[in-house]
Design a protein around this ligand. Structure first.
Ligand code: WTA
Length: 646
């Protein structure tokens, strides 16, 4: 497979960028010609950010799985699509060729059909990182069902909320998942999530850990049995066949829930045509992917990074995607690099938090490994600090691998701002230049473009995008107005990212982090309001306020100020543990505060608004310059909070 749209020089990048802005329809129409369409589109792009309404390749018909699988079979059927490394390195690894992937995805599609799943139905997937997770995703896409993958670190309550929001009728899960030394009992969590649920009809359970599970008659069925039955249906005379559903380019492909500044996570909806084109285009260009290379993205498929750069991007490009079940520190801190060495990985894509956690081990993580196969390194999920960048460059890349710092979001579907490996320049801790088709702008509070440079000659403002790229979110599931108010209403005719950024004289961008109440903890997005809601559910809690503070490894830690009523005042340590337990129940272990400080009052304005700015400063360790406190109802609470800081 060749990629005629792969940019090979800085000049080509400039030309592509220019054309993508002047003639987006011509530009993306040409790129889209490189895919398999059942019917060509009538119109490349129609849009307005007012409603918002964005339609790419309207009238076009396709199935993304034909692009990710079928079109590769003739020439690459026996090439590896997915290489799977189990949690336990002693266990047998698995290599899934494109032929095998085709068969398995056809079987899943047939299995889903047998169980009544139809185009447009929502299927919730809650599994560990096993190849069957990829089959499940692609099986849904093949029949046009909308998948909604939920990360294994979310609690039953979080799953229940998502099932309800998506009106999901089907679930695919595992008995359990291995994560380092631990076994997470996924099916049990699903059972808890289903108490009181009225929409789910079937739960398909894949066996991974042999964790005991309860199987409810008429509702719960085994993956293995169903797949075996389906195998006979899709296989005829040695040939495998399951007709893929022809989807409209704008039909939804999946929902992925993500945190915002309000209490309730939003179901971000991506379409099939635009998302396919963008994940492929960015995969091929940002990583400069070459046929035969092994791409190792360490993310979990429960997050957007896994969707786009383990599954859809690499597979649509006929690539080889390495999927790892475990964690970076098991059985030892060299695990990522044991894997790089073992499979001769060429591209490693990971998160700054993982890099920072490895730095603490000195040369232990890599000293016994041959890393000479590595050609390109990438990071995603949060700003990368210079120390981590240089460590990655020197010790992992041996100063010969370009590092791509890729900025993007669940809502953007794929990378929007990044250098292209070895093609456009890198600058440590800068995401650098926008991809073709991406038109960033920095604005002030009023939405006016920033034109005045600061002392360092940089522009600084809120990062917005002026026009749609093919994989911009289309809506938030079941609530389009929420999509509009969240992303398109802050500034007229702009998509607002909620990130702050700097821009230098070369037009390079540096993302400085969220400007809303969303935390980025170890690359995971968590809304402060969500955590507050969970804490407030705990008996005895009167009120709470949650802010982020700088954390050496996680990037941001969660700091909670909690008012507790006198009646329940057991000892503080016990109360802290109990609150953590409640947060784990309500959201999941990923949202547990790192610090809980009990306070008597919170700094509020006369109108009752919590002054988070002050709390943030105190959590950061600032005691002097807390800014203007004169508008506070009771300025004394600030001293009390300062004195009790953890
Ligand atoms: C942050 C992850 C700086 C940013 C793909 C964004 C980054 C949020 C970078 C989205 C980066 C992501 N540099 N910050 N290279 N990449 N972010 O939805 O704050 O989980 O808004 O998507 O992560 O997180 P999400």
């Amino acid at each position: 497979m060749s990629y005629p749209y792969q940019i090979k020089s800085f000049e080509e990048y400039q030309q592509a960028y220019k054309r993508s802005v002047q003639d987006p329809e011509g530009f993306w129409g040409d790129v889209a010609e490189n895919f398999t369409w059942r019917k060509k589109w009538d119109k490349v792009l129609e849009w307005n950010f007012k409603e918002p309404k964005v339609e790419w390749f309207k009238g076009g018909k396709l199935n993304i799985t034909e692009n990710c699988i079928d079109r590769h079979l003739e020439t690459m059927g026996e090439k590896p699509a997915i290489i799977w490394e189990p949690n336990n390195p002693e266990e047998r690894t698995r290599t899934v060729t494109y032929n095998r992937l085709h068969k398995r995805v056809c079987q899943v599609a047939q299995m889903l059909k047998n169980n009544g799943v139809k185009k447009g139905d929502r299927v919730c997937i809650y599994m560990g990182m096993v190849p069957e997770l990829a089959y499940a995703i692609l099986g849904c896409a093949r029949i046009g069902a909308i998948h909604s993958v939920i990360f294994g670190g979310f609690s039953a309550q979080s799953i229940a909320d998502r099932l309800e929001d998506a009106n999901a009728e089907f679930i695919i899960t595992c008995d359990g998942a291995y994560r380092g030394e631990k076994v997470i009992p996924l099916k049990n969590v699903i059972d808890d999530a289903l108490i009181g649920n009225k929409t789910v009809k079937k739960v398909i359970v894949y066996t991974r850990t042999r964790t005991p599970v309860s199987m409810i008659k008429g509702r719960d069925i085994w993956w293995e049995d169903e797949m075996e039955f389906a195998e006979h249906q899709v296989e005829k005379e040695g040939k495998v066949f399951f007709e893929a559903e022809a989807m409209d380019a704008e039909d939804p492909l999946f929902i992925l829930y993500t945190s915002g500044s309000t209490g309730k996570p939003k179901g971000v909806v991506h379409s099939s045509g635009g998302y396919m084109v963008w994940t492929n285009y960015t995969f091929v260009n940002v990583f400069q992917y070459q046929q035969g290379q092994i791409h190792f993205c360490t993310a979990d498929i429960g997050w957007i990074t896994g969707h786009s750069y383990i599954v859809y991007g690499p597979l649509s490009a006929g690539g080889t995607s390495l999927m790892f079940e475990g964690i970076p520190t098991y059985p030892s801190c060299s695990r990522f690099f044991d894997i790089v060495d073992k499979y001769k990985v060429n591209i490693l894509y990971t998160a700054p938090t993982a890099i920072r956690s490895l730095i603490g081990f000195g040369d232990e993580p890599y000293k016994n490994n041959d890393l000479s196969s590595l050609q390109i390194l990438g990071t995603v999920g949060e700003p990368i600090n210079e120390e981590a960048w240089h460590w990655y460059d020197e010790h992992i890349g041996k100063k010969k691998c370009p590092i791509v710092d890729t900025w993007w979001q669940t809502e953007t579907g794929g990378v929007l701002i990044s250098n292209l490996a070895g093609i456009t320049p890198a600058k440590p801790s800068w995401a650098t230049l926008p991809l073709p088709g991406v038109q960033p702008i920095l604005v002030d509070e009023k939405g006016e473009a920033i034109t005045k440079k600061d002392e360092q000659g940089l522009l600084k403002g809120n990062l917005c995008i002026k026009a749609p790229w093919p994989s911009i979110l289309r809506t938030t599931y079941g609530d389009h107005e929420r999509c509009r108010t969240n992303y398109f209403a802050t500034y007229e005719n702009l998509y607002f990212t909620s990130d702050g950024a700097l821009k230098d004289e070369n037009g390079f961008y540096r993302i400085t982090g969220r400007v809303d109440d969303v935390l980025n903890v170890s690359g995971h997005r968590i809304g402060t309001a969500e955590v507050e809601n969970a804490i407030n559910m705990h008996a005895g809690v009167v009120e709470s306020a949650v802010v982020g503070y700088p954390h050496d490894i996680k990037g941001q830690g969660i700091y909670a100020y909690v008012i507790i009523d006198g009646k329940h005042a057991a000892d503080d340590e016990q109360t802290r543990k109990n609150i953590l337990q409640t947060v784990t129940r309500v959201i999941g272990p990923i949202a547990k505060p790192d610090k809980i400080q009990f306070v008597k009052g919170l700094p509020k304005t006369r109108s009752g608004k919590i002054m988070r700015r002050i709390l943030r400063k105190i959590a950061e360790g600032e005691t002097q310059n807390l800014g203007d406190t004169t508008t506070l109802l009771d300025p004394n609470v600030v001293d009390e909070i300062k004195n009790g800081k953890l």
